[in-house]
Design a protein around this ligand. Structure first.
Ligand SMILES: [Zn+2]
Length: 292
C-alpha cells in the first residue's frame, strides 16, 4: 500500500517535470478579466474566476473559499476604478505575500460618475470594458504581468495576446460599421444603470441613465418624469433593460413616453457561457436594431 502511494507520487512528480513549471495561478474578479487571463495565459495558467457569469459585481462579497484560493494565487487581477472598493483590502490581506496584485483598470484613464452617497461629488466609472480600446489596453497589462512572473513563457503570452488583440480589432471594425447606420441624432441611450459611458464616448451616444452606478436605489419620481419628457421631446425610439435588473421603472417609462422596450443589454459582465465578443455584438445589435 505504502509502496503504491509512493510510486504514484513519483510518477506525478515526473509528469510535472516533463510538463515544465506548474501553471501560473491567476485569480480574477470579473468575467471579462477571466476571459482576458484565459486567452492570454493559455495552457501556462490556471484561472480561477471568483465572480461568475450572471453575478452582479457591484454586490459581490468574497467568501472564505475565495480568500483561501487567494492565499495560493500567483497573480490577482482586479478591474479597479472602484469596482472592488468594498473588499479590495480584504483581498490584499488574504493574498499571499508573493502574489502580484494587478489593478488592471488603473492603467488607463477614467470617466467619472455622480457619487450616490455624496451629492455634488463624483466617483470613477468602473465599467471600462464597454470600450474596446480599454480592452486592448487591459490585454497588454495582463500579458506584461504574466511575462514578468514567467519570463520563460513570454513568447507564448505574446503570441496569445497578439491573436486576442486581433480579435478585438476585428470586433471594433465590425461595431463601427454597424453603428455607422445610426444618425448622430438617434444615438441616445436610455438604460437602467449608468454602465455605458465608455461605450457612449467611443461611439458618440448620449446617455440617460435612470439609476446610478450600481442600480441599487430607486430613482426619484422627478427623475423618471424628466426622462419621460426628454424621450417625448427628442423622439427617442427605444429604451433598454439590462440583464440582472428589475425593469419595473423602465416599463413605466415605456408606458408613459411612447418609446418601445429594446432588447436586454449586458452591462456588468458576461452571461453563462458567454464571451466578450458575444456580449459586445449582442449589445450593439440590439441598440442599432431598436434605434435605427
Ligand atoms: Zn454596473
Amino acid at each position: 500500500m505504502i509502496h503504491r502511494i509512493s510510486s504514484a507520487f513519483w510518477c506525478l512528480l515526473c509528469l510535472l517535470s516533463v510538463a515544465g513549471a506548474e501553471p501560473l495561478r491567476v485569480s480574477t474578479f470579473s468575467t471579462v478579466l477571466t476571459e482576458i487571463a484565459t486567452e492570454v495565459g493559455g495552457t501556462a495558467v490556471k484561472v480561477h474566476g471568483h465572480v461568475g457569469p450572471g453575478v452582479d459585481p457591484h454586490g459581490f462579497e468574497p467568501r472564505l473559499g475565495d480568500l483561501r484560493v487567494l492565499e495560493r494565487a500567483d497573480v490577482v487581477l482586479l478591474s479597479a476604478k472602484g469596482l472592488e472598493a468594498g473588499y479590495a483590502r480584504k483581498l490584499r490581506e488574504a493574498a499571499g505575500r508573493a502574489a502580484l496584485l494587478v489593478e488592471v483598470g488603473a492603467g488607463f484613464p477614467s470617466l467619472r460618475l455622480p457619487d450616490e452617497q455624496r451629492p455634488g461629488a463624483t466617483v470613477e466609472d468602473p465599467h471600462w470594458w464597454h470600450s474596446i480600446a480599454n480592452m486592448r489596453r487591459a490585454t497588454k497589462i495582463v500579458r506584461d504581468a504574466m511575462s514578468s512572473l514567467r519570463p520563460a513563457e513570454r513568447a507564448g503570452f505574446d503570441a496569445n495576446a497578439e491573436r486576442y488583440l486581433g480579435e478585438l480589432e476585428s470586433l471594433e471594425n465590425w461595431a463601427r460599421k454597424k453603428i455607422s447606420v445610426l444618425p448622430r441624432s438617434a444615438r441616445k441611450l436610455v438604460t437602467s444603470h449608468d454602465a455605458f459611458q465608455y461605450f457612449a464616448r467611443d461611439y458618440g451616444f448620449t446617455i440617460y441613465a435612470i439609476e446610478g452606478v450600481s442600480a441599487s436605489e430607486e430613482p426619484s419620481s422627478a427623475k423618471v418624469a424628466g426622462i419621460i419628457a426628454m424621450i417625448r421631446a427628442q423622439g427617442v425610439k427605444a429604451v433598454f433593460p439590462e440583464q440582472m435588473e428589475n425593469p419595473r421603472v423602465l416599463r413605466e417609462i415605456v408606458r408613459e413616453s411612447g418609446a418601445k422596450l429594446g432588447g436586454v443589454l449586458y452591462a456588468d459582465g458576461l452571461g453563462e457561457g458567454g464571451t466578450y465578443s458575444g456580449m459586445f455584438r449582442h449589445n450593439v445589435t440590439e441598440l442599432v436594431e431598436a434605434l435605427k
